[in-house]
Design a protein around this ligand. Structure first.
Ligand SMILES: Nc1ncnc2c1ncn2[C@@H]1O[C@H](COP(=O)(O)OP(=O)(O)OP(=O)(O)O)[C@@H](O)[C@H]1O
Length: 668
């Protein structure tokens, strides 16, 4: 069934919407309970204790209205969010509001923020130090202003030390299907290290088998035993406090279909909201900060509101090239329960499809944004303006055009669109790192939407998800090379070191006789000993059918959207032609503008390849024999940081030819 069909069918059954998790895994029972077992406090608990990791404190006088509002929400069970808590219906994706906001005179950024867990990896070491020193300071309220300002500048300085781009790799366990097919775990991760090795089986010209080792180094490498809680500590937790200080942060998961992106991403926003609310209740008590949530998806190059019946939205750009999603519902949230409801609702509405590797594959990019707003004087009387933002992106599965030949046309077109946006995403990160004046945000809807997250004071965390199975080796290498490329874009000292090690490791990939090289332990070996925590935080596979009535919220048309933001986005009119159900083949054809963008990207890619040539030569020589044996592996074996780029381009151009070739998509 096509995605359209599936989507329609799902509209009649909420239960059918729910993503299914871990049915391939042996310990699925814990997944459905992650929310219950993760000790998320109720809103009341929240106010009293500030969450699980905070020490208990009795409620202080002057507890902000945040707490009482949340209980009133709970009382009114039919309306989780009252209409007056809706934003004007326009998600302002720009920094201009931020710029207008005066410097906040706030106490220490981390005061009362009880992060006690050590943060693994390297990039955030500074933040750990930062937290420790701030905890020691523990300044009382009402400190002298000059001290306060001094502390803010120290905060800022330290915050700047948190890496701009952090790349983390997460390996999932082998699933039942892979174990049944007797596939091996070809990924080894040394404990307490940031290195991982892919053991790729190959054939020599004389048909003897050998194993080529590919070693990679990232900011952090998480093995199959790592819980979602630990993933959060490693990735998002350190950047949560920064968004109160005008930072835009983005966390996205990348990887082949079925590698665990959604499983990894879905718990993160809830945990982040918990920490944000905790900060609002403690460090920023009574300072007028407000938390807003929005959730939308980009499917087939179009934007749909996941919290408003998949209403099709349009993006507009004003004269200052600032992008707005017109009509997107933003919900002001006061407690974790409400956020949980909203996230579940959005996830249930998301477009999924079936791929060879994942029966419930996400065919869209889902973007959940947590926006911190505050009025200029800190009161709730004046309209709140954006201070900082945390975006979570669960990217659709990366897969090559070649892998989609067994799928229907719809799936292949989705694949083309997905590849296009992944390519554009990397190109933007590349351009940003090179301090290029021109950032090719217009390469895809995804990058347009994320535009403001990459400019100014931004932080990006990329979680690369990989499958351990031998059958996914090629994809895994592609994912790791993409991650390696993104990492190499980072200018921090750590990343430079990583890039050097990583590329030298790649060049020095070693070939060993098969018997001595393959790791022996698989997930199967550990089946009887699955730690409870491993899946405790996993996203619920069997979310109960939602029997509660839908949110009764009247979409409030935005005055700004209808009035002030006048410059229409160039694709807007085209985008109006059909909703999801009206998708046509033409919707996937390139506009002239997109085609020009792609041409430019190709050019840039060629240029980048030229620079890489000497580094690749040695590897090419090493692999020359293999090429003779298995020509189909030529591309993947002979390129490094840019081969995924080429693969994406090739996959895309195979599937989705530009209009100049007759306006129809042609299969290669
Ligand atoms: N670390 C993990 N531990 C246990 N189960 C996992 C883990 N990662 C993924 N899974 C399981 O693997 C299956 C596929 O995961 P998921 O849907 O997250 O993949 P995906 O990368 O989002 O795929 P797609 O891009 O097709 O949507 C799910 O059943 C999920 O529960």
């Amino acid at each position: 069934m096509s995605v359209v069909g599936r989507q329609m069918a799902r509209s009649n059954s909420t239960a059918h919407h729910q993503r299914q998790y871990s049915d391939n895994f042996l310990d699925a029972s814990f997944n459905s309970k992650w929310l219950q077992s993760s000790n998320f406090p109720s809103s009341q608990d929240f106010c009293n204790y500030g969450g699980g990791r905070m020490s208990r404190k009795s409620p202080e006088p002057g507890t902000p209205p945040v707490c009482s509002r949340s209980s009133s929400l709970r009382k009114n069970s039919d309306e989780y969010v009252s209409p007056n808590e809706l934003s004007p219906g326009l998600l302002d994706l720009h920094s201009f509001d931020t710029e207008l906001l005066p410097e906040l005179q706030v106490p220490n950024l981390y005061e009362g923020y009880g992060l006690q867990k050590p943060v693994r990896g390297k990039s955030f070491d500074d933040s750990e130090q930062y937290l420790a020193s701030n905890k020691l300071l523990n300044r009382p309220r009402g400190m002298a202003e000059n001290n306060l300002l001094k502390s803010i500048s120290v905060d800022k300085e330290r915050a700047n030390n948190v890496a701009k781009i952090k790349v983390v790799v997460r390996k999932r366990p082998l699933n039942k299907k892979e174990i049944a097919k007797k596939e091996e775990d070809i990924i080894t991760i040394e404990s307490n290290s940031n290195a991982l090795t892919v053991h790729e089986k190959k054939l020599k010209v004389d048909l003897t088998e050998y194993v080529e080792k590919h070693e990679f180094l990232f900011d952090a490498v998480l093995n199959e035993d790592v819980s979602n809680e630990e993933v959060y500590s490693e990735t998002v937790e350190p950047i949560v406090p920064l968004i109160f200080n005008r930072t835009k942060a983005t966390c996205f998961a990348y990887g082949q279909t079925g590698s665990g992106k959604t499983y990894t991403m879905q718990p993160l926003p809830l945990k982040a909201s918990q920490d944000i609310l905790r900060l609002m209740c403690h460090t920023y008590r009574n300072q007028g900060f407000q938390l807003f949530v929005s959730f939308f998806e980009i499917y087939g190059g179009k934007v749909f509101d996941l919290l408003n019946d998949r209403k099709k939205l349009c993006m507009r750009e004003d004269g200052k090239q600032q992008v707005c999603i017109v009509g997107l519902q933003e919900y002001k949230v006061l407690d974790v329960e409400t956020i949980k409801e909203l996230i579940e609702r959005g996830n249930a509405t998301r477009s999924t499809g079936t791929t060879g590797a994942n029966e419930e594959s996400s065919r869209s990019h889902a973007i959940l944004q947590l926006a911190i707003k505050r009025s200029s004087d800190g009161s709730e009387m004046k309209p709140a303006r954006l201070v900082g933002k945390l975006s979570f992106i669960d990217l659709a599965g990366s897969e090559r055009g070649a892998d989609t030949t067994d799928n229907d046309k719809q799936t292949r077109m989705e694949g083309a669109e997905i590849n296009k946006s992944l390519l554009a995403l990397k190109e933007c990160i590349r351009a940003l790192d090179n301090d290029q004046g021109h950032i090719p945000f217009r390469g895809s809807k995804l990058t347009e939407v994320l535009r403001d997250s990459f400019v100014g004071d931004s932080r990006t965390v990329m979680i690369s998800c990989i499958s351990p199975s031998s059958g996914s080796c090629e994809h895994t290498l592609n994912t790791l090379r993409y991650a390696d490329r993104v990492k190499s874009l980072s200018k921090g000292n750590n990343s430079k070191k990583d890039t050097l090690s990583s590329s030298s490791n790649l060049r020095e990939s070693t070939a060993l006789p098969l018997a001595s090289a393959l790791p022996t332990e698989t997930f199967e070996d550990n089946i009887t000993d699955v730690p409870y925590e491993k899946n405790k935080f996993g996203w619920s596979k069997q979310i109960e059918r939602d029997t509660s009535p839908p949110f009764k919220v009247d979409p409030v048309p935005s005055e700004r959207a209808e009035g002030n933001v006048a410059v229409p986005y160039s694709d807007y009119n085209k985008g109006q032609r059909g909703g999801l159900n009206g998708l046509t083949e033409d919707d996937f054809d390139y506009t002239e503008e997109t085609y020009e963008q792609q041409k430019m990207l190709r050019k840039m890619n060629r240029k980048a390849q030229t620079y890489q040539m000497p580094a690749l030569e040695e590897k090419w020589k090493t692999d020359a024999l293999t090429k003779l044996v298995d020509p189909s592996t030529f591309d993947d074996n002979h390129s490094h940081s840019d081969d995924d780029l080429n693969t994406l381009l090739r996959g895309r151009s195979c599937i989705c030819s530009p209009k100049t070739s007759g306006g129809h998509n042609r299969d290669c």
